[in-house]
Design a protein around this ligand. Structure first.
Ligand code: UD1
Ligand code: UDP
Length: 385
């Protein structure tokens, strides 16, 4: 009889987790010495399914938890409660979670309660402000306390894990799997068409930006378009009803705005590639755009992703209407300032994060004897351009 293969259960539920876990769950499934399974909470429904379809992932478990207007409390409780029988049934040797969402936090807690080791993909991101981003900063810190395997994307993130008192042996510098996902998808992009004017790509959804900050963001976009008649805006709106309402109220009737539903990952990467400039409060977009050589103005006051800011391709501008207008017009008008930011850099990954993580997991579950020593070195050429 064959010995039982180690069971690796990946748990995720939102769009960004799905993008960042997709290449990893595919690679784990391809390993004959591992039994890789996927449980989705469906904290997001449509936005999760978009990614599952693209990467052809069929989860073993789908908790189908999303409710319109869900609260942090109810969602956390439902993930925890409904994951318990899943953990009982599948008896994983390792549970993988990604990032900082409610799904990641509650799944890590559920696994911890069962004394199942947790591997944390994208460990060590910190702003050091407990309410910013909310609740993600606290989710990350709490997951770090519960995890056994800390898969840090960058040296800054690895250093934050060490500062938390995590043993060096448990920290691995892998690069971010978002670059693996991006490179896999980018090879299927259609040719870029000749442009018709300049385009801003705008996304905003963060909880701490709800209310006045989000009003400021969308009001600024309108004012920028009024000031520069050749500029268009592409605005794929998050399905959160609060975001839909503000975005449509400010921009819905503007002739040079294309309000879109959330784009599938491939067309979204195409929209990033084709944009002149990206305005966003998204974490993942901040990580992807530098690889595409697109300047990003980040609509937040803090960042847990300082690397591209240091490299000069990402700038923090906050959510004040007038500051967003000034900073955006500066980049649109000053070709030297624009050129300085529009350089392709890869501070977040080289496309080999997944390969590294698979080997770390194999070592962790005893499928290989030696601890892998290959680490991500920023600045190295990506695996595939
Ligand atoms: C969540 C994450 C955030 C992440 C973001 C990515 C938490 C606390 N927040 O925020 O870290 O950056 O996802 O997008 O985990 N909705 C739909 N369909 C969808 C997705 C969402 O209708 O496919 C609507 C629902 O009404 C839902 C609401 O959006 O209740 C909010 O979704 P939720 O996952 O609670 O929060 P996000 O703001 O998406
Ligand atoms: N994204 C997408 N379609 C869109 C907007 C974003 O596929 O219309 C992708 C984007 O490329 C990135 C991820 O979604 O990989 C980021 O998700 P989001 O901004 O929702 O969450 P965050 O990264 O801020 O947690």
């Amino acid at each position: 009889m064959n010995p039982r293969r180690p069971v690796i259960l990946s748990v995720f539920g939102t769009r960004p987790e799905a993008v960042k876990m997709a290449p990893l769950v595919k690679a784990l499934a391809a390993r004959p010495d591992l039994d890789a399974r996927v449980a989705v909470t469906a904290q997001h429904r449509q936005m999760l399914d978009q990614v599952l379809d693209l990467f052809e992932i069929i989860p073993e478990v789908d908790l189908d938890l999303m409710q319109a207007g869900q609260t942090l409390e109810s969602l956390t409780a439902r993930v925890l409660g409904q994951l318990e029988p899943v953990l009982e049934h599948h008896r994983p040797d390792l549970v993988l979670v990604q990032g900082d969402t409610t799904t990641a936090f509650a799944a890590a807690l559920g696994a911890f309660y069962k004394q199942i080791p947790v591997g944390h993909v994208e460990a060590g991101l910190r702003t050091t402000e407990r309410y910013n981003p909310f609740p993600e900063e606290m989710n990350r810190r709490l997951i770090s306390q519960m995890a056994t395997l800390h898969l840090a994307p960058t040296e800054t993130a690895a250093a934050a894990c060490r500062k938390d008192g995590i043993a060096e042996e448990a920290i691995h510098l892998t690069g971010n799997t978002v670059i693996d996902a991006l490179l896999q998808v980018a090879s299927n992009l259609p040719e870029q068409q000749a442009g018709n004017g300049r385009t801003l790509l705008v996304t905003a959804h963060r909880r701490e930006n709800w209310g006045a900050p989000m009003e400021g963001i969308f009001a600024a976009v309108r004012a920028i378009l009024e000031a520069r008649p050749d500029v268009h805006a592409v605005v794929p709106l998050h399905l959160n009803p609060l975001v839909q309402e503000v975005g449509r109220r400010h921009l819905g009737d503007h002739p040079r705005v294309r309000i879109l539903p959330p784009l599938d990952y491939l067309p979204f990467i195409e929209a990033m590639r084709d944009a002149t400039l990206i305005l966003t409060d998204s974490g993942g977009v901040q990580e992807e755009a530098p690889s595409l050589g697109k300047p990003v103005l980040v609509l937040r006051s803090t960042t847990e992703r300082p690397e591209a800011v240091t490299a000069g391709t990402v700038r923090m501008v906050g959510t004040d209407r007038d500051t967003i207008i000034t900073e955006t017009l500066h980049l649109l008008d000053d070709s030297e300032a624009y050129a300085t930011m529009a350089r392709a850099v890869n501070p977040y990954g080289d496309g080999r994060a997944v390969e590294r993580i698979v080997e770390i997991i194999r070592w962790f579950v005893g499928a290989r004897p030696d601890r892998p020593e290959d680490s991500f070195t920023p600045g190295a050429r990506p695996a595939r351009a």
